[in-house]
Design a protein around this ligand. Sequence first.
Ligand SMILES: Nc1nc2c(c(=O)[nH]1)N[C@H]1C(S)=C(S)[C@@H](COP(=O)(O)O)O[C@H]1N2
Ligand SMILES: [Mo]
Length: 407
Amino acid sequence: MNEGEYDERRLRDFVAGRARGFSRRELLLLTAAVGVGAAAATTGARPAAAASPIVKPLPPELFKVHGTNAETRWSALKGQGYHVPIDRFFVRNHTSTPIIDPATWNLEVFGSGLRGAAEHFTLRDLKRLPSETRDVAVECAGNGRSYFTSQQGQTVSGTTWGLGAVGVARWRGVRLSTVLRHAGLSRDAVDVQPSGLDADFVSGGVDLGPVRRPFPLRKALDDVLLAYEMNGEPLPADHGAPVRALVPGWVGIASIKWVGRIEVSAEPLFSPWNTQFYRLFGPEFPAAGLPFDRQVIKSAFELDPGTTLPSGVRTRLTGRSWSANGPIRKVDVSTDGGTTWRRARPYGATPGGVWQRWELDWTPAAGSHVLLARATDVRGNTQPDVTRHNTLGYVFDAVVRVPVTAV
Ligand SMILES: Nc1nc2c(c(=O)[nH]1)N[C@H]1C(S)=C(S)[C@@H](COP(=O)(O)O)O[C@H]1N2
Ligand SMILES: [Mo]
């Protein structure tokens, strides 16, 4: 499928005002309303929110907390297996983790892209459908954002993630295609949009409604999963219980948590999460912003920047590299700020081919050092030295410079 073409077509729809759900006109009105402090509308009954934005414990050795979000410390992945355990998987919440009763939860599938009326599914209904288990990465589009500033000297807005807004887990659920077929897809359906049961997102005093983001029907029928299990356990509250979407290869925002409704539309769908946010803005991009969906290629060492290592002793550097465009072919590592490079040794199976673990032995001399890792995937995509600046700080893929000290 050609996602670039889809994005281009939707950008034209959007600029021409051919939009359902969230139009350019609405966006302009919204932007105008921010100044006068428009009152936030409230919609429907919502499940209770937990007292803290995140339910699970966030010990400082595993997480760095950023407001309602928690980033995995890369040092916490050292010695772990292929999958990121639930106790250290990053959390990105626009508001707060809602507590939803799985016994009364139900999913509504509705819209002009169905042959008939809306269909409802309980959790039990979903579990009776054929299940599928798959390894999928969830990665925030803003993962690595802080490096635009610290490494490229650029101003960006949004959560100042290091590289820990990514995780790979084993998910089990039902294919979205199975659910859509049960709901009665019409031949006119073009776009699909799940929305969350967490609180409406309010930005600049304006209620933008539930967190939601559309994708094309073709993607929905290809590999999107509605998951109710994570690493063999019932989906935890913070990761979308009872059911979340997983949209492989796409930016994390597409993988809507706490799914309550799925709209299937015969017309193009838009939401603030693909018009106002999750577009590339800046001097190098079109005025309406450049839409994008897919993640990029990155590498991370399994240590915290600034860490101290024993000098004169052989240490095993370990890390992981991943690309949304294919398995990793090679990873080159430098321990001297980029002057010389050595090929890292890949290890471990890569079920699903989502990320590759690697290692390299190194005996540091006393003093300060800068580590770098550059991955290349099987399609020849490689990490550049510099990522093109965009004001919202998305899809940072440049090689990251990691300072360490040996004493
Ligand atoms: N309903 C809902 N879904 C959501 C979000 C949210 O705030 N609400 N955050 C999105 C974003 S931006 C990301 S990166 C991923 C994070 O998934 P995780 O918290 O399970 O790691 O969930 C996505 N799905
Ligand atoms: Mo995200």
